[in-house]
Design a protein around this ligand. Structure first.
Ligand code: BGC
Length: 245
């Protein structure tokens, strides 16, 4: 089936229609910079522009970089605080006039990787982590997602883990790959202690450069880079929207 996947991120909002059977984008993706401030109505309007761009009238799936429970956003680590308590699903659905689902961004990326990427065929406990502005997480047990796990916010050395080990922390603190990998190893060690995964999938923008740092990471679980890179959010959002058909 075909649904429209939209990935709402801190710097850009991008979308494309997706064939959810093959995971292929059916048109070139369309991107609009995220409004600043990223307040609910401003973001919803950009989503509306993307829906219009594709002249779309079917199911819409959107990712959002926060806890999303039954459509309502419940946290806002890297987006406008006005989102907390907003039902993003209703807001977008009313504006675009299409059945809409909103899911956490890392959960969406994980869903896409499990089906079409690095998690294909993997049973057991798989943890997808996205390293970007924050750290996103998606945990699968025998391919079933436990949503909204928010492992970027576990505490390490008295700090939110993502403030130490995200890709933004690497860039802001000008850490070289070795220094950053030390922090990521400490983080992965903690996550491994908590969940004993069989596989870690490392995604987010920095996974494009995986050969620079994945060889420096050490866990008992296997560690592999994500395969869908930029498209994981769009494809996962589109897959979440299958339930609307
Ligand atoms: C948010 C998560 C999100 C992650 C990646 C974190 O700060 O709390 O919900 O998945 O960033 O965007």
């Amino acid at each position: 089936m075909q649904t429209l996947g939209i990935d709402i991120g801190g710097s850009g909002i991008k979308g494309a229609p997706v064939d959810t059977i093959t995971g292929m984008l059916l048109a070139e993706r369309f991107r609009i910079p995220t409004p600043n401030p990223s307040a609910p109505h401003a973001v919803a309007e950009v989503v509306g522009e993307i829906v219009q761009h594709f002249d779309w009238h079917g199911p819409v799936g959107c990712t959002f970089p926060a806890i999303v429970k039954h459509g309502t956003v419940q946290s806002a680590a890297n987006v406008d605080q006005g989102w907390i308590g907003t039902n993003g699903q209703e807001l977008i659905e009313e504006l675009v006039n299409c059945p809409t689902i909103v899911v956490n961004d890392a959960d969406a990326a994980g869903i896409a990787e499990m089906e079409f990427g690095a998690g294909r065929g993997h049973e057991g406990v798989v943890i997808m982590l996205t390293f970007g502005t924050g750290i996103g997480s998606a945990i699968f047990n025998n391919r079933i997602l436990l949503p909204n796990t928010e492992l970027g916010h576990i505490e390490i050395r008295g700090k939110d883990a993502e403030l130490r080990a995200s890709d933004r922390a690497r860039q802001d603190k000008e850490l070289n790959w070795e220094k950053w990998a030390e922090r990521v190893n400490e983080y992965l060690g903690r996550v491994e202690y908590l969940f004993s995964p069989d596989l870690f999938i490392i995604g987010g923008g920095v996974s494009k450069k995986h050969e620079k740092f994945i060889p420096l990471l050490h866990t008992q679980a296997q560690i592999v880079p994500a395969l869908l890179l930029n498209d994981a959010g769009i494809v996962g959002a589109a897959m979440a929207a299958r339930s609307l058909a």
